[in-house]
Design a protein around this ligand. Structure first.
Ligand SMILES: NC(=O)c1ccc[n+]([C@@H]2O[C@H](COP(=O)([O-])OP(=O)(O)OC[C@H]3O[C@@H](n4cnc5c(N)ncnc54)[C@H](O)[C@@H]3O)[C@@H](O)[C@H]2O)c1
Ligand SMILES: [Zn+2]
Ligand SMILES: [Zn+2]
Length: 389
């Protein structure tokens, strides 16, 4: 079958690879109908998450049709149209029972790498390097879905493939940040990053009752989408002091909840940006935490800052004093997909959550390298490239 493989830093190729097999009785095999780029893939592509091997199939946000079912699978049958959670969860360990699915104790067969980095390993993720399981990704004609009863969800008839696709990872990530970040009715929320994740975090904040929602980015077409589809107020960080502007627009107090959806390759104009970039390239820090720093400084006293953006390990010049003295709560998480996907599908069915506009570039799998180029360079207004194998 055809699949998109990582072949080296900033190199992708479309190759013939063996079709996936059922390896465990809880697996299903899915014929992929839609699979999309995610900001997280860019960190693999750029080599900042250095646990890829040449030939690994990438892709973790997808939906499709079940074509083969393992003997122990109870809830799925051949022909089901399903959306799949990006992280793999067993459903049975202590973490899964607390609905902290991306922290599953059983789904990462290579725990050593993340134990070394973070003290404990996290769960596995489809198509996301050997640090989180080495599972073959979804940018392929077929993909193996482990623990399919836990991680796959039948898409209601009224929800299109193009809409359901984003429940897999972008929307469930956004919901994770809104929920665990503690957004409450009446709150003011500010979101950094107007990619798929940030835009949906803004929209879901409004759905759960936030009274005022801001989105911060520099790309006009993305800010326009945040205004149109999330009803957000927008701020271009290249033209203003974001923290001052947020205070100005919130009666001097600042946002109650700040959600960072930018990650380790944040863009920063000026000297700070050069400093971070040089330190990251010399491997003196693994991440560029520009947007997290700004969120910490902008957040109201006693508020909460949530990092949805992916970070690998260590950063420099982090405003710990602001966290302590302003009484902030700082949290982060990888997506707990199965906790939110059923609710997202209901919202999608009622047209309360629409996602199709994110799919700015739809193309066959054979054109994936071009799709990634557009997505990475933010060319031609690309928000997400979607592949139709
Ligand atoms: N926690 C999770 O489980 C999870 C899941 C999916 C994605 N992610 C992460 O979320 C982040 C966003 O994902 P995405 O798919 O939306 O990516 P994306 O690349 O499409 O969007 C990132 C956006 O951030 C903007 N940006 C860059 N620097 C900024 C700054 N200093 N201030 C404000 N905005 C800035 C960019 O212009 C871009 O629009 C990535 O780091 C990704 O790895 C995490
Ligand atoms: Zn993702
Ligand atoms: Zn588990």
């Amino acid at each position: 079958m055809k699949a998109v493989t990582w072949t080296g830093i900033n190199q992708l190729s479309v190759e013939d690879v063996p079709e996936p097999q059922i390896l465990n009785d809880h697996d299903v095999i899915l014929k992929v109908r839609r699979t999309t780029t995610c900001g997280s893939d860019l960190h693999l592509l750029s080599g900042y998450i250095p646990f890829m091997r040449a030939g690994d199939v990438i892709g973790h946000e997808f939906m499709g049709e079940v074509v083969e079912v393992g003997k122990a699978v109870r809830e799925r049958k051949v022909g089901d149209r399903v959306v799949v959670a990006s992280f793999v969860s067993c459903g049975n360990c202590w973490y899964c029972r607390q609905e902290m699915y991306s922290l599953c104790d059983n789904s990462n067969p290579n725990p050593g790498i993340t134990e070394g980095l973070w003290g404990q390993s996290i769960g596995g993720c489809i198509g996301y390097s050997h640090a989180v399981g080495g599972y073959a990704g979804s940018h392929a004609e077929y993909v193996r879905v482990p623990y399919a009863d836990v991680g796959s969800f039948v898409v209601p008839d009224g929800v299109s493939d193009d809409r359901a696709l984003f429940a897999s990872d972008a929307a469930s990530t956004a919901f994770t940040g809104v929920d665990l970040g503690g957004v409450r009715p009446g709150d003011t929320v500010a979101v950094w990053g107007a990619g798929g994740v940030g835009q949906l975090a803004a929209r879901i904040s409004a759905i759960v009752g936030a009274a005022q929602v801001f989105v911060v980015d520099r790309l006009p077409e993305r800010l326009e989408q945040a205004r149109t589809h999330a009803g957000a107020e927008t701020i271009d960080y290249t033209t203003t002091d974001v923290a001052a502007e947020l205070r100005e627009r919130t009666g001097g107090r600042g946002p109650d909840v700040c959600i960072e959806a930018v990650g380790m390759e944040a863009h920063a104009p000026g000297a700070h940006g050069v400093y971070d970039q040089v330190k990251q390239q010399l491997r003196l820090q693994t991440d560029r935490p520009t947007a997290v720093r700004e969120a910490v400084m902008a957040c109201r006293k006693g508020g909460s800052v949530f990092t949805l953006g992916v970070f690998a390990s260590m950063v420099d010049k982090f405003p710990l004093g602001a966290i302590m003295n302003k009484g902030l709560t700082l949290r982060g998480a990888q997506v707990h997909g199965p906790r939110y996907i059923p609710r997202l599908l209901e919202l999608m069915e009622r047209d309360e959550l629409v996602t199709e506009h994110l799919a700015t570039h739809v193309m066959p799998l054979s054109e994936a390298p071009r799709g990634y180029e557009l997505f990475k360079e933010k060319q031609d207004g690309c928000v997400r490239a979607v592949f139709t194998p």
